[in-house]
Design a protein around this ligand. Sequence first.
Ligand code: G4P
Length: 543
Amino acid sequence: ADSSALPAPDGAAAAASPAASSPLASEVERRRTFAIISHPDAGKTTLTEKLLLFGGAINLAGEVKAKKNRRDTRSDWMSIERERGISVVTSVMTFDYRDRVFNLLDTPGHEDFSEDTYRTLTAVDSAVMVIDAAKGIEARTRKLFEVCRLRDIPIVTFINKMDRESRDPFEILDEIEKTLALDTTPMTWPIGRGRDFVGTFDIERGGVRLLDAKDDSGPPVAMEMSEIAALNATLDADAIAAEMELVTEACPRFDLGSFLEGHLTPVYFGSALKNFGVRDLLDGLHRFAPPPRAQNSDAGPIDAADPRMSAFVFKIQANMDPNHRDRIAFARLCSGKLVRGMKAKLVRTGKPVTLSTPHFFFAQDRSLADEAFAGDVVGIPNHGTLRIGDTLTEGRDITFVGVPSFAPEILRRVRLSDAMKAKKLKQALQELAEEGVVQVFRPTDGSPALVGVVGPLQLDVLKARLAAEYGLPVEFEPAEFQLARWIASDDKAALDTFVAANRSGIAEDLDGDLVYLARNEFYLGYTRDRAPGIAFTDVKETQ
Ligand code: G4P
């Protein structure tokens, strides 16, 4: 037990499932599965590393940062990551903190891989939003926040880099409220700014944490205003007292219900680099972050404490281990318990899959998972059986809904120098599309397939992987089409008529769903105006 542990706030019981009565229910109840959302450079990697330190994964904490400089040869496409200093890989990091098991799902930092990130956000129950104190809300933070909002994911905010020149904290809170329409409750408050930043007030408990304190495991230290002001020549006791009064009066109190609904965020100030404020943040997650939520399926919400195992695949990754040439499907457990060796049903095909070697991952390291519970993420090695969006169950015919695909921003045709290898290319594209590396659209008039990506770096990854793994050197050519939209209609006859009338612009995606390919926005608008009853969408969700 930890002396700084706080009692749960009023209404905290709402965050817990009603009765953690069975051993299964209490294991599920302990899980906290979250992601960090931020704009590149705000400090996500640094914060991740520090969170893992607290989680006792000290010997491994260097691993995350080392990713940037890694010099070993994993696979060719990983070298793209290395060269550009970006993170393409989504991995899962599990750590214990006090009585809880935290699963931190890492996401690619580069926006060209944003589709991966969006899918990962379907597998979490809460998120930490990291903001650079000098920059405030940046483009990518905002976009990722919007994705969280679609699912009402509760957000805990960490204002990072307080040890450097920063914007006025009131201004940052105001920006969060205005640009994200999210209420804020500061849980801590910075004392001093920039080089004169000396620590934080704990607004709820009172007391102060000092930047140069050796140990932050205890409760905040009680200090007189005059003592605080004496810490630094720029500080003034009256001014600090006045500011604290304003903070307590002007900022709303923390409301757990509002947080869980995604309307209010608790805000912590700190410096990931100096490992300051991180424990307060982690304590906040420990207290407020919700346990595994009920996940929507085509048969209604599936409760996490339901004893029958169910899971969905949100990410596929190839070649985690160059010696294995395997494919790992990352699955989020939605209910029940997974036991190594169990047989699960792959609902899409109705076929059984034996989970003989499910793995837990720590960044690049893995270990066999003997059992896992709702909220956990396991990696399932396979040779192409599993696809993104797949549901695995203990026999039930349910499918989890809401794993999204996004209409590509870029469409290309793949040019192969050796025409004899067309069949191999077809197979390779199919496999890579199942992994979510690219989308493949096959025109129904028999013309060559198009590949679609959200960002240009994905094309580089595709090219590198086709060469390295399939021995297929390719180039990309502009396609006559720029846009792809999924089409659907309740009126089957109307859809058939549309398809017949637009034959040259119709394709099928990986799942055989119909897609309309348009030369440009003008054509798309023109066609859409003349096709009442046909829905054109740029996001497709598993259903
Ligand atoms: P990211 O994953 O969100 O892209 O950010 P990352 O943690 O890599 O941090 C980006 C840069 O910001 C790094 O500096 C990092 O050291 C710095 N940084 C992170 N947190 C803090 C903080 O609290 N205070 C200060 N002053 N700096 C912080 P870099 O020079 O780009 O990389 P490095 O050479 O230091 O590794």
